[in-house]
Write a protein that binds this ligand. Structure first.
Ligand SMILES: CC(C)(COP(=O)(O)OP(=O)(O)OC[C@H]1O[C@@H](n2cnc3c(N)ncnc32)[C@H](O)[C@@H]1OP(=O)(O)O)[C@@H](O)C(=O)NCCC(=O)NCCS
Length: 198
């Protein structure tokens, strides 16, 4: 007899390491707090992420890592390139059935395609590991690089909402996007065609 196999919840999801061509994505630990604080303490990052405070101290990083260990509502990966931490990517589970992709990189690592590479790894992880039909995300309307990442990953624009940004101390318009399982599956199956003379 077939048994119902429940979808893993956030807390049940097994901890794993994701590897890409240039990056390793793994769970952050207390040994990483110095590096996290050094990378995250930049207004250009804080102003584009909703909950990152500015300035961002080592204590903020400690609280963040401890909350993850205590089974918080986020699945977060530290992004490493050549064994060096460069940023963070994760899924925020607002509710059991709603998941939001978020990411940031240290400024020194912008503009090299790392953001897209890390986002793709977590998107694959999400659709392979969880039985949900869509992933949502958002980028401030003044943040074209993040919007570009989402579009390159197949996200479709759904409208503009006002969201509060802690570092701004105010709300700001955000382009809202969603990636459906159908679009993700289609992109993953999109193999190269070949051309021959007729
Ligand atoms: C958003 C962020 C992660 C981008 O990382 P990144 O590694 O530089 O991004 P990528 O190199 O993978 O891709 C960025 C794309 O945007 C493009 N881009 C960058 N600046 C741009 C601009 N001002 N206008 C238009 N496009 C721009 C890049 O050319 C690239 O597209 P391409 O690959 O087609 O050339 C990084 O800037 C960041 O951490 N910002 C602060 C935090 C943040 O915004 N987080 C997202 C909110 S959830």
């Amino acid at each position: 007899m077939l048994q119902d196999i429940p979808t893993p919840t956030l807390r049940e999801a097994r901890a794993c390491v994701l590897e890409t061509e240039r990056l390793t994505l793994r769970k952050p630990t207390l040994a990483d707090v110095k590096a996290i604080a050094r990378l995250a303490n930049d207004r250009r990052i804080a102003e584009n992420t909703r909950r990152l405070p500015h300035p961002y101290t080592q204590d903020d990083a400690i609280d963040f890592v401890r909350a993850l260990g205590a089974g918080g509502r986020e699945t977060v990966f530290l992004i490493e390139n050549n064994h060096t931490p460069i940023g963070m990517v994760g899924i925020d589970w607002r509710e059991e059935t709603s998941a939001e992709l978020g990411y940031w990189l240290g400024v020194d690592y912008w503009g090299q395609g790392f953001g897209t590479e890390a986002a793709r790894a977590v998107i694959d992880y999400f659709f392979e590991e969880f039985d949900l039909d869509q992933l949502i995300s958002g980028a401030r309307v003044v943040n074209p690089s993040s919007r570009n990442i989402l579009e390159k990953c197949g996200f479709q624009w759904g409208g503009v909402e006002l969201h509060r940004f802690e570092a701004l101390g105010s709300s700001s318009p955000v382009d809202c996007f969603r990636l459906s399982r159908g679009v993700w599956t289609s992109l993953k199956r999109w193999n190269n065609s070949t051309r021959r003379e007729s």
